[in-house]
Design a protein around this ligand. Structure first.
Ligand code: ADP
Ligand code: ZN
Length: 297
């Protein structure tokens, strides 16, 4: 079975054709210009192949309610020109294939669960810390959906303004998780791009504190068997031990399982699929869409 995967990001779009991580036969990437131009590029690329299904992991917010007239759309994004864009419908009709459609982080979570650090687990969590903060959860072997899709980047955290007077940059909430800990938040607080801050800069201990607070909340609510942290900010390797130690401190001995108490280094981990997690996750969504299509027939 040959699948197509599309990672639709705010700055770039990555397309791949293959069956999984060990079998990627073609790849293409282009900047996220206008919807018209990007959709034409996506369709032209995939038209060369005979595909069983396509998966799309997209930035959001997106509509995932199958009964709604805007199912498969990017809805109210502030990204210029992209509000109310019919991604899944346009691509599915042009290529005449089943389409799996989900958030970029849900796609990544599914990819990690199939082939990466979440393999063989029933319940795991993927968080990205990049331009935004977002999370996707696999719960008992299924991606979590509900009212909409999880918006894990916008949880509120204890924020001690005596220690960190920074007000946060979320346009909706100020100092939510994304407002305090995304890449642009780091840049706004410290006056320099996150990637330019030295490994021993105080930014990282504070960042680890916020990410650990978030991990502890997600652990208490979702009980994930592993937490996978990806995104540009997590390419600072010193963050992992800082977060792991801080999670143990914050838990204060409360979650008494060996996977956490004795093996925190394999409990909070980077993506097994590395930087290809997004597009490979989209391939996993395609596989899921093909299976659902078979079940219907
Ligand atoms: P996106 O979230 O847009 O898909 P990324 O996950 O690469 O893309 O996140 C981009 C953000 O990550 C930017 O805010 C950037 O400053 C930050 N970032 C990228 N590389 C690094 C790095 N090596 N160290 C720290 N922050 C980084
Ligand atoms: Zn917010």
């Amino acid at each position: 079975m040959l699948y197509g995967g599309i990672e639709v990001g705010g700055t770039k779009i990555i397309c791949a054709v293959g069956a999984g991580p060990a079998d990627v036969q073609a790849e293409s990437r282009f900047p996220t210009t206008t919807p018209g131009e990007a959709l034409a590029q996506i369709i032209a690329f995939f038209q060369q192949y005979s595909l069983a299904a396509i998966g799309i992991g997209s930035f959001g917010p997106i509509s995932l309610n199958r009964g709604a007239s805007d199912y498969g759309f990017i809805t109210s994004t502030p990204k210029q020109g992209w509000a109310n864009t019919d991604l899944a419908g346009t691509i599915g009709r042009a290529l005449d294939v089943p389409v799996g459609f989900d958030t970029d982080v849900n796609a990544a979570a599914l990819g990690e669960w199939h082939w990466g650090a979440g393999k063989d687990l029933e319940t795991c969590l993927y968080l990205t810390i990049g331009t935004g903060v977002g999370g996707g959860g696999i719960c008992n072997g299924r991606l979590m959906h509900g009212l909409l899709h999880p918006e894990m980047g916008h949880i509120r955290l204890p924020h001690d303004r005596g220690v960190d007077p920074f007000a946060g940059i979320c346009p909706y909430h100020g100092d939510c998780l994304e407002g305090l800990a995304s890449g642009p938040a780091l840049q706004a607080r410290w006056g320099a791009p996150a990637e330019s801050l030295a490994a021993d800069h105080p930014a990282w201990a504070l960042e680890a504190h916020y990410l650990a607070l978030a991990c502890v909340s997600f652990m208490c609510i979702l009980s994930p068997q592993r937490i996978i942290l990806g995104g540009g900010v997590m390419s600072q390797p010193q963050l992992f031990p800082l977060i792991q130690r801080e999670v143990l401190t914050l838990l204060n001995g409360y979650i008494q399982v060996p996977a956490v108490m004795q093996h925190i280094d394999t409990y909070i981990v980077p993506p097994g699929l590395g930087s290809r997690v997004g597009v490979l996750g989209a391939l996993a969504l395609a596989g899921q869409a093909a299976l659902q299509q078979q079940a219907v027939q």
